[in-house]
Design a protein around this ligand. Structure first.
Ligand code: 5GP
Length: 182
């Protein structure tokens, strides 16, 4: 079955806009990380597509790794992060660039960055494709970001709704009726 575009409300960031911005971010990161052999650490599953494009826009020696985090349940303490699948790389002494698809409340990224500092990383910075600043509940400002967006539930370019739409080339808002059904 094809991706059902009737479930999508509108395009929030187009393929061309993403391409241009990823190129700019890649050039900036190339300048900042040259000679530091960074570990680009993508958060699974959502950052997978962004990482793939971003690292190809960075013309330096680097390593790629991924970490999978458990999503928060109502009973979880904010500020804690549960690692579902850990990365392979020994991060002590390394310059780590955490890459995520979107920062919403900021809890996930903030907690992960604290964990990586506790593991002895030489530096920890964050790069997110999308930022919803109006939703923030903790103090966190991504070091690098693609786009600030309004408060809508978005899919595409790695982001899903119930595992659907990760493979869209653009970022779209999903219709309210789609998630109101469940
Ligand atoms: P935070 O801890 O910042 O609240 O949560 C960030 C995570 O929530 C993201 O990595 C992503 O998995 C999920 N998330 C937040 N907003 C959206 C959204 O609009 N669409 C999708 N697909 N996931 C989102």
């Amino acid at each position: 079955m094809r991706n059902d575009r009737n479930d999508l409300e509108k395009v929030i960031v187009s393929e061309a806009e993403i391409g241009q911005r990823v190129k700019e971010l890649g050039e900036r990161l190339t300048g900042e990380y040259e000679g530091r052999n960074p570990v680009v650490l993508g958060i699974l599953k959502g950052a997978n597509v962004f990482v793939a494009d971003l690292v190809r826009a960075m013309d330096i020696e680097l390593q790629i790794d991924f970490i999978m985090l458990a999503s928060y349940g109502a009973s979880d303490t904010p500020g804690e992060v549960r690692v579902k699948m850990d990365c392979e790389t020994e991060l002590a002494g390394r310059h780590v660039l955490v890459v995520d698809d979107i920062v919403d409340t900021g809890q996930t990224l903030k907690a992960l960055m604290e964990l990586l500092r506790m593991r002895g990383a030489a530096s920890v910075r964050s790069c997110v494709l999308l930022d919803k600043p109006s939703r923030r509940t903790v103090e966190l400002e991504p070091d690098y970001k693609g786009f600030e967006i309004e408060d809508a539930f978005v899919v595409g370019y790695g982001l899903d709704y119930a595992e659907r739409f990760r493979n869209l080339r653009e970022v779209c808002a999903i219709k309210k009726r789609v998630y109101a059904v469940e």
